[in-house]
Design a protein around this ligand. Structure first.
Ligand code: AMP
Ligand code: MG
Length: 714
């Protein structure tokens, strides 16, 4: 192109359940968003289509742009779906003899994870999912390491050989090994790896072997084994998908290394050894993007909310930081992976709408039409009413502008379906039924948002709410109404916000290891010093893993910025706090005191000063190492204020719009044509190719100089 400013440098990808979004950033900070329907059977295809959709706005082709890119980050839901649908690899599992049923039984909580409160209370609703590895492919081997890491029963090698043979005879595609307390002493697990390899070689087979100590050396064998199994079960197939995507991009001239959003909020290479870390990636992009925008514009308390076709995801950023959940659950499995703390509700714009046969009330979801939109899209082949059908009937969405018009929706089909399935059985009009659906959805989202904030002891008045995802702006007014946020903000690129977030994320590995450091109040200096040695050793071990991961991508150790951290508690407490270490290395008593001081301060900030309990002594429960290398990031848009009146060409007509039981006439605007400073009063609908901002009667929105809409009730 000749013009350096126009070189496209960064690409973010969000392959969601409904849409595949791409986000491209130029050297001058300008960006475009593209959308295409997701294609679960060929993700690369959807990414290419979405890229074409984005780049046509700049009048450019992918084979021109891909070679210019320096960074591309992927997030998606494919791996999670593979687990949910139990479509992973045939894994064989080796555990302690006598513990063969542990994985199958799972933890009690796993049988009601993700349930509503009323269903949690009723035992008859509890349900155990099919185990990832069935009983016949789980084999026990005699050995025992105790909680201190001492060998109590040596491993019976003959049994290990037998186990490997037995699994191979069942044609397993991967082997996972998880012994009790192996995070304290991994000798036995590693020996079983060798034995498996020996047996594999004998049979001329090539099957990957995963020992929990080499992947997730953390306490709690349920979590550790789930995570190690996931690595074998779901991550390996994803590696193939990502490899395919990377190859496709290479064929189009791409020279960059594809990275993937990981659950801890950093991005890692698709070649990373531990890919199960990317099991949950899609919704995280939005939180990272919110943090990035917040840092740039000075918002430090943010309620992040994302609605797409399938789910509503909410997270809190307080004082500029998001929380990390240490033992979260993913796909109804407890895992030992750090996860950006988030609440997900299975309710979105594609959620199915049905009448509960017992209570005769309207029920939403939990299943959804996904990329097939609803009855309104004939080619989608859906015959159950979805929330999107209600949107089109009520004038929220423009049936001729779905994905910029690429998909034509039929208001008539939607009307007929709502009449037959919802309105007639309830004896009400179609608009009343559809309006009721929207109100139920809004109310339920509002409830979730409110309870998430209140449950953490915060008040919405101290927060701005960021609303994004294709369907976020459609419902922003509905789920924020009356909550009392300081401000409600909708980025004009809401539809591609998660992909944007991916593009803003650090290239960052994070590894965790459990440690047991206990320093009672009366501890001698020698104990404090020994504690430093233990922590430092764990950091050293983790740093090596981090550096090794970067080496795979061609970075030298000196390119990597290492950031150690730890989890700490007052001795004997059940929960611990995660803390960034104030020191890059620890050795002396003074270092130990510094660590303790940082913990004390953090504790006082998170809880209350009076709740501190130094008289109990201190315990360090985990070592954390993060490594970062610098990458190119997008810039926040900066435009000139053009005053409150929208330009004439931004106005694109009127449409009947049903809200609060009445038809009104909404003024329509073209989102991209609006200028900074413009104010729009409701009833109005601001349309964009992939999202729609609804401004009801009595509400007003203003576009600021960073292309952020601020929405408020007048
Ligand atoms: P997402 O899953 O984040 O891509 O959001 C998809 C949702 O965005 C759809 O289900 C629609 O409800 C909503 N949406 C709003 N406006 C549009 C539009 N113009 N085209 C496509 N989807 C839209
Ligand atoms: Mg989305």
């Amino acid at each position: 192109m000749g013009n350096e400013q126009n070189v496209v440098e960064v690409m973010g990808i969000d392959a969601g359940g409904t849409m595949t979004d791409t986000f491209f950033v130029r050297a001058d900070g300008e960006f475009v968003v593209g959308k295409a329907q997701s294609n679960p059977s060929n993700e690369a295809q959807a990414v290419i289509e979405s890229s074409i959709d984005a780049l046509k706005l700049w009048d450019r082709d992918i084979d021109q742009v891909y070679p210019e890119l320096v960074t591309s980050v992927y997030s998606g839901t494919a791996m999670l779906n593979r687990v949910v649908q139990r479509k992973g690899m045939r894994v064989g599992l080796i555990v302690n003899r006598g513990m063969e049923d542990f994985h199958r039984m799972g933890r009690g909580i796993q049988c009601y994870l993700g349930y509503s409160l009323e269903d949690r209370l009723h035992l008859n609703t509890h349900r155990y999912d099919e185990p990832l590895v069935p009983a016949e492919r789980t084999v026990g081997v005699t050995e025992r390491v105790d909680s201190q890491g001492d060998v109590v029963i040596p491993m019976r090698e003959a049994e290990a050989f037998e186990a490997a043979e037995k699994l191979l005879a069942q044609d397993v595609e991967a082997i996972a090994i998880c012994f009790l307390h192996s995070h304290k002493n991994g000798k036995h697990e590693r020996r079983v790896v060798e034995i498996c390899r020996e047996v594999l070689a004998k049979h001329g087979k090539n099957v990957p072997v995963f020992a929990s100590v080499d992947y997730y050396p953390t306490r709690k064998e349920s979590h550790r084994s789930n995570t190690t199994i996931l690595e074998a079960y779901a991550a390996e197939p994803s590696r193939k998908t990502l490899h395919g995507l990377s190859e496709t991009m290479r064929q189009q001239g791409g020279k960059f290394d594809l990275r993937v959003m990981a659950s801890h909020g950093g991005t890692i290479s698709w070649k990373a050894k531990e890919l199960a870390r990317t099991l949950v990636s899609g919704p995280i992009g939005g939180v990272i993007g919110s943090k990035f925008l917040g840092e740039a514009l000075g918002y430090d308390n943010i309620a992040c909310s994302d609605i797409g076709g399938t789910s509503f995801d909410i997270a809190l950023i307080t004082k500029g930081e998001f929380a990390i959940q240490k033992d979260p659950n993913m796909a109804r499995l407890l895992v030992s992976l750090p996860l950006v703390a988030m609440d997900s509700v299975g309710a979105g714009a594609g959620s199915f709408v049905r009448i509960d046969p017992y209570s005769q009330s309207i029920k939403l979801g939990p299943d959804s039409a996904g990329y097939r939109v609803g009855v309104c899209w004939e080619e989608g082949g859906i015959d159950t009413v979805s929330v999107s059908d209600c949107h089109v009937v009520l004038g929220y969405l423009n049936p001729d502008n779905f994905l910029g018009g690429a998909i034509k929706l039929s208001v008539e089909r939607a009307r007929a379906a709502i009449k037959k399935q919802i309105a007639d059985p309830l004896g009400i009009s179609v608009e009343k039924a559809a309006g009721g659906v929207i109100e139920i959805l809004d109310q339920s989202l509002r409830g979730h948002l409110r309870s998430m904030i209140n449950a953490k002891g915060y008040n919405p008045i101290d927060f701005v709410c960021f609303s994004y995802g294709g369907a976020g702006p459609v419902h922003t007014y509905g789920y924020t109404q009356g909550l009392g946020f300081k401000d409600v903000i909708i980025p004009a690129w809401a539809a591609g916000f998660s992909a944007f977030g991916c593009a803003t994320a650090e290239f960052e590995y994070r590894y965790d290891k459990s440690v047991d450091i206990a320093v009672p109040p009366s501890a001698s200096d020698a104990v404090k010093q020994a504690s430093c040695v233990t922590l430092q050793e764990a950091w050293g071990e983790l740093a090596e893993k981090v550096i090794e991961e970067f080496r795979i991508n061609g970075f030298a150790p000196e390119d990597v910025l290492l950031k150690p951290g730890f989890t700490m508690q007052y001795l004997g407490q059940l929960n611990d706090l995660e803390i960034d270490s104030p020191l890059s290395a620890v050795a002396s008593v003074a270092d130990w005191e510094r660590i303790v001081e940082t913990f004390d301060e953090t504790y006082a900030r998170v809880y209350a000063r009076a709740a501190r309990s130094p008289e109990l002594g201190f315990g360090v429960t985990g070592a954390i190492m993060r490594g970062i290398v610098a990458t190119k990031k997008p810039r926040v848009p900066e435009e000139e204020d053009c005053g409150p009146t929208p330009p004439a060409h931004a106005s694109i007509g009127e449409r009947p719009f049903y809200q609060q039981g009445r038809w009104k006439t909404a003024k329509l605007y073209h989102m991209e044509a609006l200028k900074a400073g413009n104010v729009i009063n409701g009833p109005a609908v601001i349309e964009s190719p992939a999202t729609t901002l609804v401004v009801p009667d009595g509400w007003s929105t203003r576009l600021d100089t960073h292309r952020l809409f601020h929405l408020r009730e007048l």
